[in-house]
Design a protein around this ligand. Structure first.
Ligand code: ATP
Ligand code: MG
Length: 266
């Protein structure tokens, strides 16, 4: 099916003594927003680490954009169109906001050292593109007015937005967001929902996989949700189906959601 951007089969990660991810399957279509939820230690970030090329799977298959992913190389994955944020912010605090976004996009560079030192056309062309893409990304996340601000001096909520802008700067086909609302206050979380909606609107072909503990954020944004517990995929479905799934309620939601009201609309 041509609409599938990512297909995962039997994906597994065995750390010493811990089966962190246990033969999971996922299928993501182009241009949709997916959620991946689960309790602490369920294996969500490990899944993202494998998809993004930061960690080699122990077993299983990843097919991205029709190609089998054979290598474990984050830069290669970024060039192919996979971008990810980290659960703990990984900004360059002493760089400006703009330089953070430009540096992020440079991971996709194809020019070599010689071309750079000799200031050859490919180097100049790519660097121009990186600056343009970085600027677009800052605008999408509404932080362009802070372009010259040092990242460390941004309030926390804006740093989180910059982390996403850094991903957008590589113009990904698949955006993996690992707890982007972590540490945000409710107001910032709802702003994040609007930001992600804006990304979806501006980039309708981009697929987004959102890992998030904040159920309000997940239920508001995601069209389809995967649920993990102890390394296994225990459920998947629409927000409504997940909301009414007994195993999910007992394993994850633990009664914290008021089922009578029904999920917030997407
Ligand atoms: N590098 C590692 N070495 C050994 N064990 C690891 C490693 N990374 C993760 N684990 C373990 O794998 C399991 C899954 O961890 P993971 O970080 O993927 O969970 P998570 O669902 O992202 O949790 P959280 O919601 O707390 O972020 C946990 O038991 C964790 O301790
Ligand atoms: Mg995690």
């Amino acid at each position: 099916m041509s609409g599938i951007i990512l297909q995962i089969q039997g994906l597994t990660q065995q750390f010493k003594g811990v089966l962190a991810v246990d033969h999971i399957n996922m299928e993501l279509e182009k241009g949709r927003i997916y959620g991946l939820i689960g309790t602490n230690g369920a294996g969500k970030s490990t899944v993202v680490n494998m998809i993004s090329g930061n960690l080699a799977p122990t077993a299983g298959e990843i097919v991205f954009n029709g190609k089998h992913v054979e290598r474990t190389d984050a830069a290669h994955h970024a060039r192919e169109g996979i971008a990810r944020t980290f659960q703990n912010l990984r900004l360059f605090g002493d760089q400006t906001v703009m330089d953070n976004a430009v540096t992020a996009s440079q991971i996709t560079r194809r020019y070599n050292l010689f071309e750079m030192l000799a200031y050859l056309p490919r180097y100049r062309r790519e660097e121009k593109e990186f600056r343009e893409n970085a600027w677009e990304a800052l605008k999408t996340m509404s932080i362009e007015q802070y372009a010259e601000t040092q990242a460390d001096n941004l309030p926390y909520g804006l740093q989180r937005r910059l982390e996403i802008a850094r991903c957008l700067a590589i113009r990904p086909k698949l955006l993996l967001l690992d707890e982007p609302a972590a540490g945000m206050n409710p107001q910032e979380s709802m702003q994040l929902v609007e930001d992600i909606r804006g990304i979806h609107r501006d980039h309708p072909d981009m697929t987004i996989l959102l890992i998030e503990h904040d159920m309000k954020v997940v239920m508001n944004l995601c069209e389809y949700i995967y649920v993990m517990a102890s390394g296994k995929m225990i459920a998947e479905g629409t927000p409504k189906e997940i909301y009414e799934h007994d195993e999910v309620i007992s394993a994850y939601l633990g009664g914290s959601v008021h089922r009578k009201k029904g999920p917030a609309s997407c």
